[in-house]
Ligand binder design. Structure first.
Ligand code: NAP
Length: 507
């Protein structure tokens, strides 16, 4: 079906008109054109819908210089005014919400429920961020606890990092970008966001709201372009003080190797296990595992992608999974708002998922449902008896495959769960609290959820991985803390004759 991207007058400055809208980049408070651009192909119908600007190195350097010069304009703004600014942006996003959701669905292939879920989640996250921002305080450390500082005390305060570069992935292009920009601004940094090339439009629309609400020029800037072309220049640039990256483990490792001494926060890939023990509520476990595997067509870092089910309940669990698969209406999300699962991001992504499924089948796995694709549309799939050495049992799937691996018992499940280079999310299903506690303690992961599918970015809960899944924590107060640096201010009181001077000896 031929779909056209049409934006209202409110967003008219963010693109050049033509056969296809050609999107600009935001530098120093102005939308500017780029010499080069790349085509944006919608996964919904495989057709071009827009052109995305490719920022040049000169433009990127200008943005970095401006960000450095402008930082004082946010630093000088009272904290309460920063909160007020974010609140106005939040209100204005709500006004334009449906238009943003529509663009997000077309560029990313998200179902209405997922796209609206993403935008609603970021609106809520902005509200919670304003609460947690008030917790940036510091501490008073008395000096009279140590003999060489009896006449001193220290205040430990948190200062902005300076210029924060946020790089976000295609699966949550708006939410992730906002989860970096908002804490960075609240903590009085300048921020430059590099959104993903596959689907940056909804975030560019949100960025226009930042600009129109009046974020000081140069404090919030947005640069688009292929990460493989402009990424190294930005990441290794001495004008950037911190890189906050969310994306694949491969790119994350590369970024950490070229960033130099600047602070690097990495939210990377995952391979979340869900352990189903014999005393679990099987229907609940199946429903949550299907949701965890299929939501957003499985393109989530916290997706359930290895279901480790103990032998005793395997058949009952598979029957329940088959029942719940029909909860996910599959098809063109733009044509039908009831669709719960649309295409993956591109036809080549669907092909990569299919290669993983074929590899597992070759090694003995059985397809119980789905297992086929047409262009970017990969069917909701159930894969059972998946051998532990199959590629899909070890590498990130990022596709809608309910992947079931048999395990003997609790210990076997934990061994398989931990035998992975990743350590992002995990889940345990059991109705025995003491077993839950023991398994949750032994799983190697940044997050472990009891009796539900993992879910990043909810409420005030922090998230972030261990092993090859990342470094650092995101999650409102945690993000704000990551985007500040500790400064110790030491006060010498001896000239004023204050403080105790200990002259005696012990005993
Ligand atoms: P990706 O290929 O690693 O890309 C992520 C971002 O990095 C994009 O903006 C990309 O730009 C940019 N990039 C690529 N090469 C770069 C370079 N050399 N220097 C700087 N930036 C560069 O990941 P993706 O496919 O978009 O997203 C999926 C991955 O993200 C999965 O592995 C998923 O698990 C992970 N993820 C993790 C979390 C978490 O919280 N841990 C959350 C969401 C997603 P282009 O788009 O222009 O290539």
């Amino acid at each position: 079906m031929g779909y056209k991207l049409e934006l209202s007058e409110f967003f008219s400055e963010i693109y050049e008109k033509g056969e296809f809208p050609k999107f600009k980049v935001l530098i120093n408070g102005k939308w500017v054109s780029t010499k080069d651009s790349v085509d944006l192909i919608s996964p919904v119908n495989g057709e071009k819908i827009a052109e995305i600007g490719s920022v040049s190195k000169e433009q990127a350097q200008e943005a970095i210089d401006v960000a450095r010069k402008s930082q004082n304009s946010i630093r000088d703004m009272a904290g309460i005014d920063r909160i007020e600014m974010i609140n106005k942006i939040r209100e204005e996003i709500s006004v334009h919400k449906e238009e943003i959701i529509k663009a997000l669905m077309l560029e990313s292939g998200k179902a209405y429920s997922s796209a609206s879920g993403e935008i609603n989640a970021l609106i809520e996250r902005m509200r919670l961020s304003m609460e947690d921002f008030r917790k940036i305080m510091g501490e008073y450390l008395p000096g009279d606890w140590a003999s060489d500082t009896t006449q001193k005390f220290a205040l430990v305060i948190r200062e902005p990092m300076g210029v924060v570069l946020g790089i976000s992935p295609f699966n949550y292009p708006v939410f992730t970008s906002i989860s970096k920009a908002v804490p960075a601004l609240l903590a009085a940094n300048s921020v430059i966001i590099k959104p993903p090339s596959a689907d940056p439009i909804a975030f560019l629309m949100v960025s226009e709201i930042f600009r129109k609400v009046g974020v000081p020029n140069g404090v919030f800037q947005v640069l688009t372009g292929a990460g493989s072309e402009i990424g190294d220049f930005l990441v290794s640039n001495p004008g950037i003080n911190m890189v906050s990256f969310t994306g694949s483990t491969a790119v994350g490792k590369h970024i950490s190797s070229i960033a130099g001494l600047k602070k690097v926060h990495l939210e990377l890939g995952g391979k979340a296990p869900a352990i189903i023990l014999e005393d679990a509520d099987i229907d609940l476990a199946a429903r949550e595992c299907v949701k965890g595997s299929l939501e957003l067509a499985g393109q989530r870092c916290d997706a359930v992608s290895r279901i480790l089910v103990v032998e005793k309940v395997k058949d009952a669990f598979i029957d329940a999974v088959k029942r719940h698969l029909s909860d996910y209406k599959f098809g063109d999300p733009v044509a039908d708002k009831e669709v719960k699962m649309g295409p993956v991001i591109s036809e080549s992504a669907a092909k990569r998922i299919d290669d993983m499924v074929r590899d597992a089948v070759k090694r003995g796995a059985k397809i119980l449902a789905g297992g086929k694709f047409n262009k970017a549309y990969y069917e909701p799939t159930i894969l059972a008896d998946v051998p532990r050495d199959a590629i899909i049992a070890r590498e990130e799937t990022f596709g809608p495959v309910v992947t079931i691996i048999n395990v003997k018992d609790e210990n076997d499940a934990i061994n398989v769960a931990n035998d992975s280079e990743y350590g992002l999310d995990s889940a345990v299903f059991t109705n025995n609290f003491y077993r839950a506690w023991s398994v949750m303690k032994r799983i190697q992961a940044g997050n472990v959820t009891l009796n539900a599918a993992p879910s990043h970015g909810t409420a005030f809960f922090p998230f972030g991985g261990i092993k090859s899944s990342g470094e650092g924590k995101e999650g409102i107060a945690y993000s704000i803390e990551e985007m500040t640096a500790v400064k110790t201010m030491i006060f010498n009181l001896s000239p004023g004759g204050l403080g105790k001077v200990y002259t005696g000896k012990f005993k």
